[in-house]
Design a protein around this ligand. Structure first.
Ligand SMILES: [Zn+2]
Length: 282
């Protein structure tokens, strides 16, 4: 079995990374060994044990931002500050299904340890400042962000990148309720094991149905929640959760176990409000 990194459809994304996140040579093999800083293989990290979140910042110089006392994600959100909400527009289209269970760091956001769907080009997030292309989405169980100290059973992160290389993440929290059609498709096609991936061109996901319409959201500036904990990421966390059935939430939790980074200090960072409008293009 080849590592997912070798799939041709990941190559354009991989050209965006630099430094220690550079892609492997085709001959390299999957490994859990720690690499020398600066080598092609990103240093292994985990959610438990000696490479757990509290150690991320000193596993590699490339992960130093993980130790920063401000500017990191996730955070506990209490309430948005005063002021008129900033308008955000999501134009999400449908995508074919490219799904992977990543054990290792293989793409632009260093997103190991999750079920990730890499999307077809064409979905965008537009803020008052910039426009971003949706690259992929992935899941955490339980949620990484907390609202008033409360975790939710699952959180989905939609990761976007601007032409200038800046990142924005839209996040939705899940509660138990009616089943979610897209999650059903993902669960039906879960990779058989960590490191596996598959592309099903005829299996379509309508991404807009993941998202509440005209949704109030919390916004703040944070980081990736996985090494290298890159900062200056625009976060939009939907205030109202979306639903998945208890069986669906269990299916994800059984696969992902606990892949949530503990909440980080806000260190005085303001949390603002945003209003997200969504649409699906034909
Ligand atoms: Zn994430």
């Amino acid at each position: 079995m080849k590592p997912a990194i070798l799939l041709p459809w990941l190559v354009p994304a991989l050209t965006l990374v630099s430094g220690c996140s550079a892609p492997d040579s085709p001959a390299s093999k999957k490994t859990t060994a720690t690499a020398t800083p600066g080598s092609a293989r990103p240093v292994h990290w985990a959610y438990e044990g000696e490479a757990s979140p509290k150690h991320w910042g000193h596993l590699s110089p490339a992960y130093a931002a993980c130790d920063h006392k401000a500017g990191q994600s996730p955070i506990n959100i209490t309430q948005a500050g005063a002021g008129s909400p900033s308008p955000i527009q999501l134009n999400y289209t449908s995508t074919s299904l490219r799904i992977a269970h990543h054990e290792h760091v293989i793409d632009i956001v260093d997103n190991g340890h999750t079920i990730q769907v890499t999307v077809d080009e064409g979905s965008t997030l537009t803020t008052t400042k910039d426009s971003y292309l949706l690259k992929q989405f992935h899941f955490h169980t339980p949620s990484e962000h907390t609202i008033d100290g409360r975790h939710y059973p699952m959180e989905v992160h939609f990761v976007h990148q601007s032409a200038a290389g800046n990142f924005a993440v839209a996040s939705a929290l899940f509660v138990e309720g009616p089943a979610n059609d897209n999650l059903a498709k993902l669960i039906a096609h879960f990779p058989k094991a960590k490191g596996d991936s598959l592309h099903l061109p005829d299996e379509k996901l309508d991404l807009a149905v993941h998202l509440p319409a005209n949704a109030p959201a919390y916004s703040y500036v944070g980081s990736f929640t996985t090494p290298p904990c890159t900062e200056n990421v625009e976060w939009f966390v939907f205030r109202d959760p979306i639903t998945a059935s208890p069986d669906q939430l269990k299916a994800f939790a059984d696969r992902l176990h606990h892949n949530n980074r503990p909440v980080q200090s806000t260190a005085g960072r303001p949390v603002s409000s945003a209003t997200v409008a969504g649409s699906t293009q034909p």
